[in-house]
Design a protein. Structure first.
Length: 474
């Protein structure tokens, strides 16, 4: 049995020793959310329930008249309780003006868990540690450390922020993997410039250490050959190149250019390859090829970040609540984003090419039809991704792509927990699960935008009512 599963089982036994663990049992608890409609993607809709919480865990989910008393109660009549949401693609340190504010902003919007998908160790380790300090009110956080890139690093700290590290050969890759494992990363993220040989070693080393793997499809490979070896992929990046007609010829051309005899910087080289093949591959979409790609990725969680890919189709600054969102951000970020917002409202947005955004929606629709699992992530804070707020925009876009509201909730609850082998701990509202919950005033299954109607959040068993959530924003 995996280590996390053993710990989950032991935790559950301990809870059942301290409190009754049958779904209809009477027990004493610290918190009771009474007479609420409970919604999760595994158990469906359960009306008229009372959920009891004790010592950070759910100890009962029972018809309202059957549950026991608690020292603190919330009247859930006419309200809806969902599992705490994940933002499955975050960069805590990408814009350090936002780093300290992120924890509060995420909880303010019902995000109780985040996955940091890349940052330099000297910055991301302290940021993660600050969120994990005992007694700090903050979301759960899981992190990868730096992007594991190839000989030519895209995010090299020169032309772009220093998010990546180079793995020019297999020896370096093994050494870097050992270092990240010793530091205690929760998963590994592979980036776009790695060679097939380095990719294979990174997969081997991660599997040996029990670390799940995330990444972009490397430009030196085809998506169908990458997907089966990793647990999640981001942005739909480079999948279009394998969904096109003649993908072998496209791959050969990329591999030739990746030899890079002129020593072009990694970020510049990647951009050239994208410019050369991305939109032309979309135009050359081949249904049969793409079907084979999706079949190969049947068990690989796709995190499409549609709110970023299709930013021009749903710009945040066109929403009526965008001004209120900006007001929650640190002053220097607020001023910068407000200036860009005003420029965009004056017509700059009309110049944006939405071809890739429309393709992204189409591809997620195909993935959904094929049963490929989808995860909800935003790339916060890149591309106007206000921490917390942007996750709800992503849920809207997933529904626009063809997911039902319940499936969109699944993307932000169940699949992230599966990635970390935490399905027995998180993602649903059941006895023994951690008490990460969001209380809504409107039904998200009627309209996914109702995930924004947050009245209270329970994080690690701690109840935060609306006034307390607003006090977290600084």
């Amino acid at each position: 049995m995996p280590k996390r599963s053993i710990l989950s089982a032991l935790s559950f036994v301990l809870i059942c020793t301290l409190a009754s663990c049958s779904s209809g049992a009477t027990s004493t608890a610290e918190l009771a959310i009474q007479n609420v409609t409970v919604i999760d993607a595994v158990n469906g809709v359960r009306e008229g329930q009372t959920v009891l919480v004790n010592d950070g865990r759910i100890t009962a989910v029972a018809p309202a008249g059957d549950a026991g008393d608690a020292s603190e109660t919330v009247d859930g009549t006419g309200r809806y309780l969902i599992p705490g949401l994940w933002d499955f693609h975050v960069h805590l340190t990408y814009d350090e003006r936002l780093t300290d504010a992120m924890g509060g902003l995420f909880l303010n919007h019902g995000i109780t868990s985040i996955r940091d998908t890349g940052g330099p160790l000297d910055k991301v380790v302290p940021a993660v540690a600050a969120l994990k300090v005992e007694g700090v009110t903050a979301p759960r956080v899981f992190f990868a450390g730096p992007l594991m890139d190839g000989e030519h690093v895209v995010y090299d700290g020169v032309d772009r922020p220093a998010l990546g590290i180079g793995n020019p050969d297999v020896e370096t890759a093994r050494a870097n993997m050992a270092r990240l494992a010793d530091i205690g990363v929760d998963f590994i993220k592979i980036y776009e410039m790695v060679s097939p040989e380095v990719f294979a070693v990174l997969v081997e080393e991660a599997q040996a250490r029990g670390l799940p793997m995330d990444g972009h499809v490397p430009l030196s490979m085809r998506a169908r050959d990458v997907g089966p070896h990793v647990q999640s992929l981001e942005h739909l990046r480079n999948i279009e190149m394998d969904c096109a007609a003649a993908p072998e010829a496209l791959l050969a051309e990329r591999q030739r250019l990746l030899e890079n005899p002129d020593g072009i910087p990694g970020g510049t080289l990647r951009s050239r390859l994208h410019e050369l093949q991305r939109l032309s591959s979309v135009a050359a979409y081949d249904e049969q090829n793409c079907g084979a790609v999706l079949e190969a990725m049947a068990n690989t969680i796709q995190v499409p970040t549609l709110r970023l890919n299709a930013l021009g189709l749903q710009p945040p600054f066109e929403r009526s609540d965008w001004g209120a969102v900006l007001d929650k951000l640190p002053a220097d970020v607020r001023a910068e984003w407000q200036a860009i917002t005003e420029a965009s409202r004056q017509g700059a947005a009309q110049l944006r090419d939405n071809t890739f955004g429309e393709w992204s929606l189409h591809l997620v629709g195909l993935m959904h039809e094929a049963g490929v699992p989808i995860g909800a992530g935003t790339d916060t804070p890149i591309g106007f991704a206000a921490p917390g707020y942007s996750l709800h925009s992503e849920l809207e876009m997933l529904v626009r792509a063809g997911l039902s509201p319940m499936e969109a909730l699944e993307a932000a609850t169940v699949h992230p927990a599966e990635f970390f082998s935490l399905s027995g701990e998180m993602g649903t509202i059941e006895v023994g699960r951690v008490a990460d919950l969001v209380l809504l005033s409107a039904n998200p299954l009627d309209d996914i935008t109702n995930t924004r109607t947050i009245e209270a959040v329970v994080t690690k068993g701690q109840l935060l009512r609306r006034a307390e959530l607003d006090a977290l924003v600084r």
